[in-house]
Design a protein around this ligand. Sequence first.
Ligand code: HEC
Ligand code: HEC
Length: 133
Amino acid sequence: MVPYKKLYAGGILLVFLTVGIAATNPPEEEEGHYKNLKVLPKKISEDDMERVMAGFQRQLGVTCMYCHMPAKSETDLNFDSDEKKEKIIAREMLKMTLQLNKKYFNRKIDKRILTKPVVWCRTCHRGFPRPWR
Ligand code: HEC
Ligand code: HEC
């Protein structure tokens, strides 16, 4: 006779294994899913994006929410919104800083900011959002 219990247990184990593998190996996040980039390249990878944003955060001594709006929902994190003036200023600062490097220091910065800039946000900000304070 077929040992039903064994088959059943095996089936359950297989389901757990499959679910487990799916959970530890999420499919690669597709590139180019950002909605509102005007300076950084549209096809920037998630790793590069996080590195650049974490840099802003550290160099200005702020959190993401200094420039970004609170999330609308769990699926819409609202990072693409331009509602906060700090984000608009930051975008102009980014343009200015890239220009400074290129024009005055002869350092052309890769669009994903892989090249180390000579002048970067920290040069003026030194860990504060408002450099004169
Ligand atoms: C100093 C301001 C500033 C801080 C702090 C900051 N960001 Fe940003 N973020 C920007 C700017 C400016 C852009 C748009 C860049 C562009 O137009 O190329 C942006 C774009 C983004 C985008 C792309 C949104 C889209 O779909 O267009 C994501 C995601 C993002 N930021 C996440 C974060 C996270 C996560 C943090 C915190 C670790 C963070 N940011 C901190 C200024 C900031
Ligand atoms: C050459 C110096 C310099 C560099 C480099 C620089 N900033 Fe600034 N930043 C300033 C000054 C000065 C102010 C204040 C301007 C004012 O009060 O009108 C400022 C203001 C800001 C503000 C507005 C702060 C507030 O709350 O009013 C943001 C956001 C900002 N910078 C982001 C950045 C980011 C991001 C970078 C790097 C990509 C950067 N800055 C690079 C000099 C600089």
